[in-house]
Design a protein around this ligand. Sequence first.
Ligand SMILES: Cc1cc2nc3c(=O)[nH]c(=O)nc-3n(C[C@H](O)[C@H](O)[C@H](O)COP(=O)(O)OP(=O)(O)OC[C@H]3O[C@@H](n4cnc5c(N)ncnc54)[C@H](O)[C@@H]3O)c2cc1C
Length: 442
Amino acid sequence: MIHEKKIHSIIDQVLNVAKDKKPIAFNKKSVPHLVPDPKNPRYKKKKIDLSTLTDILEIDVKNKTCTAESGVTFFDLVNETLPYGLVPMTVPELKGITIGGAVSGCSIESMSYKSGGFHDSCIAYEVISSDGTLLNCTHENNSDVFEMIHGSYGTLGILTKLTFKLIQAKPYVKMTNLICDNIIDYNRYLNQHCAQKTHDFVDGIVYDKNHFVLCLGNMVDEAPYTSSYDREHIYYKSVVEKIEDYMTTQQYFFRYDTECHWVTKQVPFFENKFFRKTMGSHFLGSTNLIKWSKRLRHIYGLKKRQDLVVDVFIPSYNFINFYEWYEKTLNFYPLWIVPYKMPQIYPWVSPEHKNRIGKESFFIDCAVYGMKNNDTHVDYSKLLEDKVFELNGVKTLIGRNDYSENRFWEIYNKPLYDTVKEKVDPNHLFENVYKKFHPHRD
Ligand SMILES: Cc1cc2nc3c(=O)[nH]c(=O)nc-3n(C[C@H](O)[C@H](O)[C@H](O)COP(=O)(O)OP(=O)(O)OC[C@H]3O[C@@H](n4cnc5c(N)ncnc54)[C@H](O)[C@@H]3O)c2cc1C
């Protein structure tokens, strides 16, 4: 089906559900990367079907840009661009993350220390508002929508088409893993390597308070061998064992996918070689793992709280403070470390919070993936949320959120959000971002 036809069908759906004046949710073809919460009213909401939006519309090799529909996954995208020797400037590590979800939900990865988040490589968005208007948004045209749709988590219209920049790529990645035994040295190496900008990729994993690894990657034309972490071998374990490694560029981008980082660690037989060989295709890989966790969400509902799955962006000047607190308070490992240079503090951050952050725009994303949060007396998610605020950081909204409404709008830019909201959501279909992520506070 051609893009225009798909758009008309989505607009028809929007106008149809607009009559009910009730918040809706989206149905994409690929799995969502939000932590399943059985109590979330999203499951009962009417859905707008976006599952047709999976086509790459143009790869402009000369100008190094790509135009694609919002439901294209990064896995499919990289498969299509790599034969031209090109890749997006930011490729989130899980195969099923879509380009629309990456903009709405603030995706970043190991190129983000130079290139920022995926949104920072975008040139134009096509957005459907709740009265069925089709908006073309760029830095010049509907610029408020263009800026604010980043980090709006589906509350400022439906992203249907994106144009974004590509960069030159090589077929292989050479990895060098630097190991050190304390946070002070680790922080120094991290800053040094990011300042030098000689690597294509920088991220890291902390295994415990004496075991830090900085993973440096460079694209190369040839490789003496290539490792694969699709089935038997486990990437996050290999980093400790190998000082040097080679992967195809495709393998590198999705190196964390088989384990969904290290979520498989929670089910010990998932790491068993025989199981992986015989049953891996049914259970391993982020898409399988997320589908299973969705099916089992009612069992998870028996837990006091969801497991902690969250990325927090800490200004680099507070990284050591944060880590020292984390080690004493949460002490959950592995902890994923992704340096992230924002080209500017984004307009969706409130002016007060910008003031608190100061001039710094270099952040360290600390990603906590899969910590149990069942203690009767302590809610670790809340402790983390408060600490991130105290250290002038920003927490993504992909998991549990406990902000009071006042605190939330101390971080997010309410006047600007409300202005754009009025423009794109006159029929109140997309919900307010505070309400959407705090359903239990109704
Ligand atoms: C276990 C886990 C691991 C993760 N690992 C990584 C990682 O390695 N790297 C990384 O960068 N990020 C990671 N993330 C975060 C991820 O990038 C974000 O959650 C991202 O938003 C997911 O995109 P998606 O395509 O799956 O969208 P979804 O999860 O389906 O949606 C995310 C948000 O975007 C909105 N949205 C989706 N599509 C549209 C659209 N077309 N128009 C408007 N709004 C839309 C949804 O309403 C929702 O609020 C992880 C998250 C989890 C839960």
